[in-house]
Write a protein that binds this ligand. Sequence first.
Ligand SMILES: NC(=O)c1ccc[n+]([C@@H]2O[C@H](COP(=O)([O-])OP(=O)(O)OC[C@H]3O[C@@H](n4cnc5c(N)ncnc54)[C@H](OP(=O)(O)O)[C@@H]3O)[C@@H](O)[C@H]2O)c1
Length: 226
Amino acid sequence: MTDSSLTALVTGGTGRLGSAVAARLEREGFRVKAAGSRDGDLSSAAAARALVEQTVEELGGLDLLVNGASAGFEPKHVEEVTEEDWDTALGATAKGSFFVTQAAAPYLRRSRNGLVLMIEDVAAYQAWPSFGPHSAAKAAQAMLTRVFARALAPEVRVCGIAPGPVAVEPGQEERRAAETLLGRIGSPDDVAEAVLYLTRARFVTGTTLVVDGGRLLARRGQSAPP
Ligand SMILES: NC(=O)c1ccc[n+]([C@@H]2O[C@H](COP(=O)([O-])OP(=O)(O)OC[C@H]3O[C@@H](n4cnc5c(N)ncnc54)[C@H](OP(=O)(O)O)[C@@H]3O)[C@@H](O)[C@H]2O)c1
């Protein structure tokens, strides 16, 4: 799937991971729309549809959709979570991933090699009590990976990528490195590499590639949930 005629929409394309993914796809010859919140608030289904239509108008089609937009990654005890926190966490991640993919589906089916990638999180698979809404949003998005894989087959493949600590807050590097089996943090380029792999993995659909340095497998104590 590397050809200068190929087109990609990367939501969250102005963020730390999304900008690295967009740049890597461009280097591989894709024409890319790297969308940020200024291109539409993806917690709105109407904005999600408008973004897809605008992208198709600009690029002339759509072969690859990367759902990377996300907000609300803020630590808060479950007893302090507000309705606004919940809506923020679920908005772009769960609702946005659903409605952007729904709107993109007809164009991806028309592509001879349509692919949707959900940028999930290990939090989809591991309960983090300080990030309740985020974990729930990521679990919902991870289920959408499987739901859309069934719904869009056989024309379109749908996969997830679940990163671990690849773009951590300054000052947290050492602690986050200690949470992994490899004893180090990764980088947004590790995620971009996984995106590239999945664009070429023509027999892979409905599954998630975990890019976490072994974070999910780490022992309790070595890896206390945040
Ligand atoms: N950072 C990590 O180590 C890590 C680890 C595991 C999983 N992830 C996942 O990877 C993805 C990207 O993470 P990141 O660290 O790169 O995040 P980030 O730097 O905070 O970027 C978030 C992106 O989402 C966009 N966005 C936020 N709310 C939006 C909305 N309502 N509508 C449309 N766009 C919206 C932002 O646009 P603006 O720039 O306009 O605000 C930005 O492009 C997320 O799904 C995250 O959960 C990240």
